[in-house]
Design a protein around this ligand. Structure first.
Ligand SMILES: [Zn+2]
Length: 635
């Protein structure tokens, strides 16, 4: 049986490195190989050396200096300022003694790296410190600062964790990989609390760990962690597809109950998920309905998260390799490809995905060299789930806004903080810049601003169009003067009483938050317009208004008051982050490898079944629509 034991890898490295390299140590931090040397410049100057070694070993290789050759910290800072051109706008330099890394935060990280990495190599050569180059976001982000702080504080503990995880995944495989099975723990034939367990004879990996935010009790809100297949002690790793709470909201609970292993996701998913998890805890406290975990567990989650770029292959268990690909749903959202054993089985989980270009993101990836089982979402999998084209939707949005502003009214758009809000910001900025709608202030209220800051910190995850705008045309739509951050109640009062404007505010379904306060203040004036751009779930205030309720009792100053809805109400579909029915079917057709089996999940029961049966009929692929608690053998 094949194995990648640590000793074998070490001796392969020693054999391949030139004799001149003074090797101090070789360590395994998770699936990455770290080479410590007394003369790092020899390795860094010869770029091919590491590239070839990485290719041969199929491992990521990191080179660090032995502590004895590191330049004094103050001198290093001076040296860095000498080497890096001023245009890079360095905002902070910090050191990590545990990893011999120097963190350089800069507004233009590309300049710190230099062409083909020449500048960062120069830093290693002159100081011994390995540069870790981070972007200073154009909009400061409290969450990113917090995460960087947590990681700095916990660097020694994190290193120990990575070393022990490295040992675990490089163990000899004990059993032949002759089967694999998937247990549905949440989000099957329903939307919310997505969670599943992938088991092989050698390992157990959880994929997504969400909550159902609309659930009324723990039984319907949280995944079935009590299935007989699942035990926290045996869990090797967790993979998170994206930051929405129905995919990651229950993750901190695992740490509360003693899980100490890794979580794999993209960097933006880590950032956005931390923001949403902390907000979830906060809201639950305010509503006097506390969650079974707290902020300490969110911090632990950050400490145990290993981030991956799209396309980067990594071992997450002894016999499972993970690659994340763009899902086109929200920033950092991913489709997970899991490669079991020596290729005995390949499973792809789509998470939530959009198979169409949006303003914000490129369409989901459909190219996989190997694929036997596809697990796909079916939110809009019903045969009548047709949505208007994006172009039509944008035109309708602009016409509605144009008319409202013309009659001196205000436009209120309730949105989810992550995803739709930024999509609309890009659309509004463009139309305003081209003079298609009047130049009025666009007020950004609630958590949307912080979520937008995270988008500006990770531009490499945005669509090609946006990247071109930001990197080549030097125009970042998110930092346009059109947007105004709303931070306090006085400002809100001014907005309500002030001139015509556009207001983006959470929550997206008017289930609480400031969007409800704006609604109360604006609803009785027919000049104003309320525009829904996202899904309104049954029971939400948004859904009631959509249904045409004109008298709505709501709390005001501690008393119930009836609000009369006279404002114009519009619903504009087509801005969804999910694929519609046609795109779901197209996705299966366009897959570069035809899967043997397709499992549908994440959708109302009839939609999940409808999509599965259509795929079976028209594409002749075996399909399954398991219920929660069911177990499916995939190999
Ligand atoms: Zn989602």
């Amino acid at each position: 049986m094949s194995s990648e034991s640590l000793e074998k890898i070490k001796s392969a490295i020693v054999k391949k490195l030139p004799k001149r390299v003074q090797l101090a140590n070789i360590e395994f931090e998770g699936s990455e190989v770290v080479i410590y040397t007394k003369n790092p410049e020899i390795i860094t100057e010869n770029g091919d050396l590491i590239r070839n070694l990485a290719k041969d070993l199929r491992k990521r290789i990191i080179v660090r200096s032995d502590k004895t050759v590191l330049l004094d910290q103050e001198k290093t800072i001076e040296k860095i300022h000498e080497i890096v051109p001023k245009e890079a706008e360095i905002t902070n330099i910090g050191f990590n003694d545990v990893t011999s890394e120097v963190r350089i935060e800069s507004k233009k990280p590309g300049i710190v790296i230099g062409k083909y990495g020449v500048t960062s190599r120069e830093i290693v050569k002159n100081t011994g410190w390995a540069p870790k180059i981070l972007r200073t976001p154009p909009i400061p982000s409290k969450i990113i600062e917090k995460i960087r702080h947590i990681l700095k504080q916990s660097s020694e503990d994190r290193k120990q964790f990575l070393l022990s995880f490295g040992k675990r995944i490089h163990q000899e495989v004990n059993h032949e990989n002759d089967w694999a099975r998937l247990t549905s723990m949440g989000g099957f034939r329903e939307v919310g609390r997505s969670c599943m367990l992938l088991q092989t004879p050698n390992s157990r990996v959880m994929i997504d760990c969400g909550v159902n935010v609309a659930g009324n009790d723990p039984k319907s809100s949280f995944p079935y962690l009590n299935v007989p297949e699942f035990s926290l002690e045996e869990l090797d790793a967790v993979v998170i597809s994206h930051a929405h709470l129905d995919h990651c909201g229950f993750l901190p609970y695992l740490y509360h109950y003693g899980y100490d292993g890794p979580v794999f996701c993209t960097t933006p998913t880590r950032d956005l998920m931390t923001l949403l998890q902390l907000d979830h805890i906060d809201i639950a406290h305010r509503e006097d309905n506390p969650l079974p975990f707290d902020t300490k567990n969110v911090q632990k989650t950050v400490e145990r998260t290993i981030t991956l770029d799209y396309g980067e292959v990594t071992n997450i268990a002894q016999d499972i390799k993970l690659t994340l690909h763009n899902a086109g749903h929200i920033l950092g959202s991913s489709i997970a490809h899991l490669h079991i054993g020596d290729g005995q089985h390949n499973m792809v989980y789509t998470g939530d995905f959009k198979f169409e270009r949006s303003r914000l993101l490129d369409p989901a990836t459909s190219k996989f060299p190997r694929l036997e089982t596809l697990v796909m979402e079916s939110t809009y999998g019903g045969h009548d789930d047709v949505q208007p084209s994006r172009n039509t939707s944008e035109k309708k949005l602009m016409k509605t806004i144009y008319q409202t502003l013309k009659q001196k009214g205000k436009v209120l758009i309730p949105v989810f903080a992550v995803g739709r809000a930024q999509e609309l910001m890009v659309v509004l900025e463009e139309y305003m810049r081209h003079g298609m709608i009047d130049e009025v202030p666009i007020h950004i209220d609630g958590m949307i601003w912080e979520a937008t800051a995270i988008h500006t910190a990770r531009p490499e995850y945005l669509s090609k169009d946006l990247r071109d705008q930001i990197f080549h045309a030097g125009r970042n739509p998110f930092i346009s003067d059109a947007f105004h951050k709303v931070t306090n109640p006085n400002k809100r009062k001014d907005i309500i009483e002030g001139e015509p404007s556009i207001i983006l505010s959470t929550s997206g379904m008017l289930t609480g938050g400031n969007s409800v306060e704006y609604f109360k203040a604006l609803c009785d004036d027919e000049k104003n317009t309320l525009i829904f751009v996202g899904y309104q779930s049954e029971g939400s205030l948004g859904r009631r208004i959509q249904k045409g309720w004109t008298e709505i009792p709501l709390m005001k100053d501690g008393k119930t008051k009836v609000f009369h809805v006279k404002m114009n109400i519009q619903t504009i579909e087509g801005f969804s982050g999910h694929s519609n029915r046609r795109q779901l079917m197209d996705y299966v057709k366009r897959l570069s490898t035809k899967p043997e089996k397709i499992i549908t999940c994440h959708g109302d029961p009839h939609k999940t079944v409808d999509l599965a049966s259509s795929i079976h009929k028209s594409l002749k692929i075996e399909t399954k629509t398991p219920l929660n608690l069911e177990c499916t053998r995939i190999q």
